[in-house]
Design a protein around this ligand. Structure first.
Ligand code: GLA
Length: 338
């Protein structure tokens, strides 16, 4: 196959420039190893881990912003927007947040005042540089009959912790767009729980502006019609939608095969078809979707290497391990045509 240089490939950020931003999750390594690819195709970034609670606030009186700042500088250098990820989550949050000095659970008031100073400091620091924040990540349960996932936030502060997080974020940066972000967002049952949560927040005038659809999808799931229904249901709340963590695994979640050392052509074709369908859908709903972020950029680095099957490589992006366009890239371009 004739090789095509990066400069000759249409930039995703331009191809979809009238519809939505095209983002990538980055980290301190990929801003170097994927620098040219990122600069060419993407006009938005999200920090993969570097703005999470445990990264920026490891101890009560100590904030560590060096790495996050480097990602902000990278974005500024390339004229990219930044989505902030994430202020309140049950994972990657240090234990001190929930505990007294002697290791017992702290009380609600202490937890909420820690949450407030965390949000004020982090969202305050990047005021004007981060235009949208994932304020609360993954608070909704995956179980039928349970609205919120059990967590230390919920145990100690009660369900109001969610509204409080949005209020504090709004106070810290009144111009930032504030999102609730979750996975399995297109599953019809979880979709209804997310809808119920956000509807309740809106009814109480909590400052929430959008729902983030993580979109960790695969060649098999979810069904396109379920994604469409989720988009419509969420949009009916009058909020913006961002696709926040898009990747398309070559394996469905319960597929445990470990035999592949390279991606088979037929799976790459299937992945390309799926990407085309997704981008057609995103275009169709570009009135409500104004950002589409991949959870990475190219197959040389993905969190799906080793998850959920240890030691197994995955190839979830439109660019291969050498950063060359895959069939998925070309079919995403098709989606931009009528
Ligand atoms: C979730 C989180 C992300 C990231 C992925 C796995 O989707 O929102 O921050 O941790 O899991 O990489």
């Amino acid at each position: 196959m004739a090789t095509i240089t990066l400069a000759e490939t249409p930039k995703l950020q331009e191809v979809f420039g009238d519809q939505f931003r095209i983002g990538a999750a980055v980290n301190p390594i990929t801003i170097h190893t994927q620098r040219e690819l990122l600069a060419h195709h993407f006009n938005s970034i999200t920090a993969e881990n570097e703005m999470k609670f445990e990264s920026v606030h490891p101890e009560e009186d100590r904030y560590t912003f060096e790495t996050a700042d480097r990602l902000i500088d990278f974005a500024a250098e390339h004229g990219m927007a930044v989505r902030g990820h994430t202020l309140v989550w049950h994972n990657q949050t240090p234990s001190w947040v929930f505990e007294t000095a002697d290791g017992r659970p702290c009380d609600a008031q202490t937890l909420l005042s820690r949450m407030r100073s965390h949000i004020e400091t982090v969202a305050g620091r990047y005021k004007g540089q981060i235009y949208a924040w994932d304020v609360v990540n993954e608070a909704v349960s995956d179980k039928e009959g349970e609205l919120l996932r059990p967590s230390r936030w919920l145990d100690i502060a009660g369900e109001d912790f969610i509204a409080k997080a949005f209020e504090y974020a709004h106070a810290a940066d009144p111009n930032a767009l504030l999102f609730y972000n979750d996975y399995n967002e297109s599953d019809p049952r979880k979709r209804e729980r997310i809808y119920t949560l956000v509807k309740g927040l809106k009814e109480r005038d909590v400052p929430i502006h959008g729902i983030g659809l993580q979109a960790h999808w695969s060649v098999a799931h979810p069904a396109l019609e379920d994604i469409r229904s989720a988009i419509e249901r969420y949009a009916s709340l009058g909020v913006k939608l961002h696709v926040t963590e898009l990747d398309v695994s070559l394996f469905s979640f319960d597929d445990r095969r470990t035999d592949l050392t390279a991606p088979p052509e037929e799976l790459l074709e299937r992945q390309a078809e799926r990407y085309e369908q997704f981008f057609r859908l995103f275009r169709e709903y570009s009135g409500v979707i104004d950002s589409v972020t991949f959870w990475g950029a190219a197959d040389d680095y993905t969190w799906l290497d080793g998850f959920p099957v240890r030691g197994r490589k995955n190839w979830p992006f439109p660019f291969d391990t050498q950063h060359d366009p895959k069939p998925a890239y070309w079919q995403i371009l098709n989606a931009a045509r009528r």
